[in-house]
Design a protein around this ligand. Structure first.
Ligand code: ZN
Length: 248
């Protein structure tokens, strides 16, 4: 059994590593086919990485977090994101999560990476995501009660945006795409969960003494992605707790 768990974990971690490299190359304007064929190298001195150093998560520890040649520190985001996606895959496997959510989570991974690195998510990928999520809804779900709340919240957020620009259009559309795939209980947990985690993060920044918090543009995609994963697995229990808390 352990070997299966390891395989599932490293499948997630390897996909994270592949997506990180692809996003890096796309943003550095690599041309096809070098996007796929060029070997991974150190960002600073261009030293090529050996296969041992390329193993997700473990490579980082083998290198002690530094490039062998130029001793420049490796961005902690890479091993950390590989670890997180590996763990998410493992959790999905243990909880027998439906196959298409594994693909959805890869999209969320890409959105999160873009949101953290570039403070914006690419429109084209959001459109592909919405198309995929509509198709999945049509083929596998087709439950109209899944639609009401996500559509209502989308209209509400657009209205809020008209009064004062508060949410990224990308964030709103991704939430819509996620919402139609899950029951409304899980959607509520995803939506409020994301906002609560973001508030906790803002509090953390406050305690660290970061000033002008209101002026910092906090990427929301990491928080919504995290709360979506949590709600896929624990959404129903969390929703019951919420109802008890509210005395309903
Ligand atoms: Zn280097």
């Amino acid at each position: 059994m352990l070997i299966i768990y390891l395989c599932v974990f490293f499948l997630g971690a390897s996909l994270a590593s592949f997506l990180n490299a692809s996003i890096y190359r796309i943003e550095k304007k690599y041309k096809y086919p070098t996007i796929i064929t060029s070997k991974s190298h150190c960002e600073y001195c261009k030293k090529e990485l050996s296969w041992l150093e390329l193993i997700p998560v473990i490579g980082f520890f083998l290198l002690k977090g530094k490039c062998k040649k130029c001793k420049e520190k490796i961005n902690i985001y890479y091993p950390l994101s590989e670890l997180v996606l590996g763990l998410i895959f493992l959790l999905f496997f243990l909880n027998s999560i439906t196959w298409y959510f594994w693909i959805i989570v890869l999209f969320l991974f890409v959105f999160t990476t873009y949101d953290i690195k570039y403070k914006a998510i690419p429109k084209d990928i959001v459109h592909i995501f919405l198309l995929l999520s509509s198709l999945l809804f049509y083929l596998y779900i087709l439950n109209p009660t899944n639609l009401y709340l996500p559509i209502a919240i989308t209209l509400f957020l657009i209205l809020v945006n008209i009064i004062k620009k508060s949410f990224g259009v990308g964030d709103i559309l991704v939430l819509l795409g996620l919402g139609i795939l899950i029951p409304y209980q899980q959607y509520i947990v995803t939506f409020w969960g994301g906002i609560i985690i973001a508030l906790l993060y803002a509090l953390y920044l406050l305690f660290k003494g970061v000033k002008n918090i209101r002026k910092i543009k906090v990427p929301m995609m990491p928080f919504f992605s995290l709360s979506f994963v949590i709600s896929l697995i624990y959404g129903n229990q969390l929703f019951d707790i919420l109802l008890k808390f509210l005395g309903i």
